[in-house]
Design a protein around this ligand. Sequence first.
Ligand SMILES: NC(=O)c1ccc[n+]([C@@H]2O[C@H](COP(=O)([O-])OP(=O)(O)OC[C@H]3O[C@@H](n4cnc5c(N)ncnc54)[C@H](OP(=O)(O)O)[C@@H]3O)[C@@H](O)[C@H]2O)c1
Length: 249
Amino acid sequence: MTISYDIKNKTALVTGANRGIGKVIVETFLEKGATKVYAGVRNLNKAEPLIEQYGDRVEAILIDLAKPETITAAAQQAKDVEVVVNNAGVLKSSTPLDIDALDSLNYEMEMNVGGLVRMAQAFAPVLKTNGGGAFIQLNSVASIKNFVPFSTYSASKAAAYSITQALRDLLSEQGTSVISVHPGPIATDMGDDAGLTEIAEPPSLVADSIVTALNNGDFHVFPDTMAKQIEAVYQNFAENIVEANIMES
Ligand SMILES: NC(=O)c1ccc[n+]([C@@H]2O[C@H](COP(=O)([O-])OP(=O)(O)OC[C@H]3O[C@@H](n4cnc5c(N)ncnc54)[C@H](OP(=O)(O)O)[C@@H]3O)[C@@H](O)[C@H]2O)c1
């Protein structure tokens, strides 16, 4: 079932809200009429620029994916949240043949996949209490295709995409829309670290595409030029396998 959802007059929470894509998501939600956004940050001071700009429509909230107790405490604090965006993520440039491959893989799996699982476990009951709402996960085109030299990151994003599919099925029972966002190269610190500066596109494309997907009730979101190229070929598989209930066909 497709659920249309308007960010206007909603209360949202965004992890990794102090810079990059997360910060632009916070700004976009507020500009589109969200009542309030909890800015999930590892250090509360990092939310100051957003609070200076938007006043009490932004509340800083401590969320460090490496410290699971901060996630459970945040779910206690943000009891009124209706839209959760798990945006925080980490990237190491490692291939399977690099000496540090397993260290990178373990770290990325812990943050990018473990972080997602912990966020979903903590916030699913809150979303249910508040009428269902939406849970949005920042995945990647690297969830679908492995990119050298950030192969271990790609593997973690593939795993996160798989978990996101499970959440879509599980949370539909409580009326929560789940959205899987798959950006290509985006102009942020991570984009620079991955060597994508030359081909990166603005983070606003990602934030705007999330607002549109909420309105349209879409599961998959492909915001930018490279992502849309992949979507053009992947769409058939996405609709007929990933989004379909093939156990019943
Ligand atoms: N940029 C791209 O090209 C691209 C493409 C596809 C998908 N994505 C995904 O989009 C999301 C945002 O990426 P971005 O480009 O905006 O990254 P970024 O510029 O590197 O920013 C990462 C954000 O995540 C936070 N973070 C890092 N480790 C954390 C932890 N342990 N706990 C909580 N927060 C943590 C950072 O906080 P601090 O400031 O405290 O470090 C920062 O706010 C990620 O999930 C990424 O995988 C990015």
